[in-house]
Design a protein around this ligand. Sequence first.
Ligand SMILES: [Zn+2]
Length: 113
Amino acid sequence: MAFDPRDIYDAAALYDMWLNCHACPASFDFEPNRPIGLDYYHDIGQKAKQEGWLVAEQIDAAAPDEQAYLVMCPRCARAHGIEPDHRRRDAVPTAVKQVCQVMARAEAGKQVA
Ligand SMILES: [Zn+2]
């Protein structure tokens, strides 16, 4: 399994760099010493999904090029009665695509050096 920008968990982990609960101080803890790259964000995203974290897209009609995610730890998601939605998206948001390309280029550069 590799990074999938249509998976909202992968996309949010990459775009937000870190998953922090918006309702309490909890943050998703994941091997901070690993090298940063698409695999790293994929693993963060998938582990958060398995552990029941909530990631939801926040649509801002006033800023369609901006991407924003609502993130909640499993406890807060339950407390708010929100069911995580694990469906893959049909399209990748432009902002996520751009971060993805930058990250892929940075990784490619590292391998050549
Ligand atoms: Zn929380």
